[in-house]
Design a protein around this ligand. Structure first.
Ligand SMILES: Nc1ncnc2c1ncn2[C@@H]1O[C@H](COP(=O)(O)OP(=O)(O)OP(=O)(O)O)[C@@H](O)[C@H]1O
Ligand SMILES: [Mg+2]
Length: 244
């Protein structure tokens, strides 16, 4: 079974047609990097996959579950998908450890002890165990993003979705977050990542997807995407970004 399948998905914001007849199939363990110009629908695509936005036609299957408006279904899909945002979205009034324990205790119904042990293990995996008792504002951007990744992993998702996880970071912190993501990729996690970090795409992506005006206009292995992009818009895009 595929980890993810989209068939003819359309979405409108009012009269604006943001996703146009989009189809995509992602196998388990596959790593996809999504890039494309601003406004092409990358965030909207990611948000539709975990039910943060509703699509109006076509089908989205996440680990075999079709995403409908049914709340139980949305719940199930959210449990299968971990989401990491550009601006971390940690709860500011909770420590890093409490951020990581919240959903496991309230949604997965783990005991506090179990949730704490699991959270500490993940904070070690993203190499910030010493930050566990601090509040998000006391961490660097890179540390906050690694905490956000640990928090998503605490729900044991089968798919990780990233929406420009490094674009709000100072340059010296980008690498530590990318290293965390590369480690996750090496463990076989299915990943969809909106990113313009082309070095990362080269290193870990099985496929690079280029979006333009709500469509997937290119879907190729990084090697061919970077050496011979098929689409004019993709060529222009690559010529404008560092490492492209
Ligand atoms: N909630 C919304 N209501 C109305 N229009 C929206 C909404 N969210 C996004 N849009 C519009 O849909 C289009 C696609 O937005 P989206 O955020 O998916 O683009 P993106 O590819 O992620 O761009 P960026 O690279 O700037 O993050 C844009 O034109 C945007 O203005
Ligand atoms: Mg976006």
């Amino acid at each position: 079974m595929e980890a993810l399948a989209l068939r003819g998905v359309n979405k409108w914001f009012g009269r604006f047609h943001v996703l146009r007849d989009l189809s995509l199939s992602v196998a388990r363990g596959e790593r996809i990097v999504i890039c494309g110009p601003s406004g092409s629908g990358k965030s909207t695509l990611i948000r539709c996959i975990n039910g943060l936005e509703a699509h109006q036609s076509g089908q989205i299957f996440v680990e075999g579950t079709e995403l409908t408006r049914d709340l139980k279904t949305i719940d199930r899909v959210r449990r299968e998908t971990g989401m990491v945002f550009q601006h971390f979205n940690l709860f500011p009034h909770l420590t890093v450890l409490e951020n990581c324990m919240l959903a496991p205790v309230h949604v997965r119904k783990l005991s506090r002890a179990e949730a704490e042990a699991a959270a500490m293990e993940l904070l070690s995996r993203v190499r910030i165990p010493e930050q566990a008792h601090k509040y998000p504002a006391q961490l660097s951007g890179g540390q906050q993003q690694r905490a956000a990744i640990a928090r998503a992993l605490c729900m044991k998702p089968r798919i990780m979705l990233f929406d420009e996880p490094t674009s709000a970071l100072d340059p010296e912190m980008v690498q530590e977050v990318l290293e965390t993501m590369i480690a996750l990729a090496d463990e076989g996690m299915t990943m969809l990542c909106v990113s313009h970090e082309m070095g990362f795409a080269r290193a870990v992506a099985d496929r690079v997807i280029f979006m333009d005006e709500g469509r997937i206009v290119e879907d190729s292995p990084p090697r061919s995407f970077f050496s011979a992009p098929q689409h004019e818009r993709a060529r222009l895009f690559l010529s404008r970004i560092p490492g492209g």
